[in-house]
Design a protein around this ligand. Structure first.
Ligand code: ATP
Length: 425
């Protein structure tokens, strides 16, 4: 199989998008399969969603693919921006060497280096083209790894349960202008096709999660598990003329970036699934963020829900000391930025500072986990009071679609033994 992958063609100010280059490559091939591979969301140099693209085609050579991709990048990448450093990697391979798969897995979870990418490509006899500092070769190598892993049925977890996104592109003269898109006529179909099609609208914000607001060539993108269901939604959307659709096979919505870890093992710049006991009451902060500490084996991490997560913050506010939760998200500056959480056990009591049964004075803490002591008569005891009512039920909760990371699995596609409170649409 011949594969070409491309990354880093865009800049924050420029109106390009690497997926558009992927769609242009696919458009020039007889039998293309297009891939959109999302990589570690925490990397410093990403423009927006840290995505690389790849196109595979059994009917052409890697040399032919490399030359198509090189010409397109030369013509369309925002090369005048020093932050744009494109990379193209083309290979012909029918196997997926372990070092290649391991590199791809790392690139989805953490920051990797250009040297690691070079080492991973070594067994592949890859053709490469690089511009600027060549950083784009990192993402392009990771995308090749993902496609080889998928094509060979590699069992690694980051390669499982991939999804699809059909992206509709705008006609060139309209790039950078306001988009004309209405999902209103598609709402009944969106409702009927959910959960095979997900994250199309964000009911909490009354906005389309499927329409970007950057000046890029994308008009809208419809995500789901079945290309036919996606096509039905695409056909029902009312919009300005569409230049082209491309359906990408993608690791979006897979949680491929999360690794299980204890709180003690959490590392900044990576994303995890961890478990702990709520250690104190949640707190509201200026700017709209809500935090709650969770503890395991004496180690604490502060979990954070930011303002754009909207009503998800009510769930965090509803947690109480003693609750057991599973928390998923990226770790940064000692905090875990929540993407979703599960309340697995509810605490029905909390510590309360009691009055002394002997002399009716307010007792004081006798020390951590030591209960209470009366300073006046020395009476000691442990006291808990029932939490009067709990606003949240056992189960999984997620941020709304508009605040979702591309890699984060919506609850619509998560298999779980607990109830899952998923956003519909
Ligand atoms: P767009 O989707 O619009 O192209 P983007 O958000 O994907 O933008 P890029 O402009 O592609 O961002 O920049 C991301 C850069 O980070 C690329 O050079 C890519 O090779 C590199 N990169 C991707 N994943 C990693 C990683 N895990 N570690 C280090 N560098 C990475």
């Amino acid at each position: 199989m011949a594969i070409v992958a491309v990354d880093d063609t865009d800049s924050r100010s420029g109106g390009m998008c690497t997926t558009w280059i992927g769609s242009e490559i696919a458009d020039r091939l007889p039998d293309p399969t297009a891939y959109l591979v999302r990589l570690c969301p925490a990397v410093e140099h990403k423009t927006r969603g840290n995505g690389a693209v790849a196109v595979a085609d059994d009917t052409v050579t890697a040399d032919a693919l490399a030359s198509i991709a090189r010409d397109l990048v030369t013509a369309h990448a925002v090369l005048e921006d020093p932050e744009t450093n494109p990379g193209v990697v083309a290979v012909e391979s029918s196997s997926a060497p372990t070092e290649v798969i391991d590199f791809g897995r790392s690139a989805v979870h953490r920051e990797v280096t250009r040297e690691e990418a070079t080492t991973a490509r070594a067994p592949l006899d890859a053709r490469t083209h690089a511009w600027g500092n060549g950083r784009g070769l990192i993402g392009a190598t990771a995308a090749v790894a993902a496609v080889l892993g998928r094509a060979t049925g590699h069992p690694s977890r980051w390669l499982r349960s991939w999804s699809y996104e059909t992206i509709a592109y705008r006609e060139h003269p309209r790039w950078g202008t306001e988009r004309t898109v209405s999902v209103e006529p598609a709402k009944p179909i969106i409702a009927r096709r959910w959960p095979a099609v997900w994250d199309t609208i964000d009911p909490t914000a009354g906005v389309c999660a499927c329409v970007p607001n950057s000046p890029c060539p994308v008009l809208f993108g419809i995500r789901g598990d079945d290309p036919d269901d996606i096509a039905a939604v695409v056909a029902a959307i009312d919009s300005e003329p569409i230049a082209r659709h491309t359906t990408f096979h993608t690791n979006q919505g897979t949680d491929g970036h999360l690794r299980p870890a204890t709180i003690a093992a959490l590392t900044a710049g990576r994303s995890f699934r961890t478990a702990g006991t709520v250690g104190a009451e949640p707190r509201d902060h200026r700017g709209g963020r809500v935090t709650v500490p969770i503890v395991a084996e004496g180690v604490t991490v502060e979990c954070v829900a930011f303002a754009p997560t909207g009503p998800f913050r009510h769930i965090v506010r509803g947690l109480r000391p003693g609750d057991r939760i599973i928390a998923c998200g990226e770790v940064e500056d000692g905090s875990l930025k929540l993407e979703k959480l599960a309340l697995t056990n509810r605490s029905l009591t909390v510590d309360a500072t009691p009055r002394c049964p002997g002399c009716n004075r307010t007792m004081e803490s006798a020390g951590r986990d030591q209960g209470f002591r009366c300073r006046s008569c020395g009476t000691t005891g442990r006291y808990r009071r029932r939490v009067p009512d709990r606003s949240i039920a056992i189960g999984w909760y997620e941020v709304p679609p508009g605040a979702r990371r591309h890699l984060a699995a919506p609850l619509a596609r998560v298999q779980t033994d607990l109830p899952a409170f998923a956003y519909r649409g």
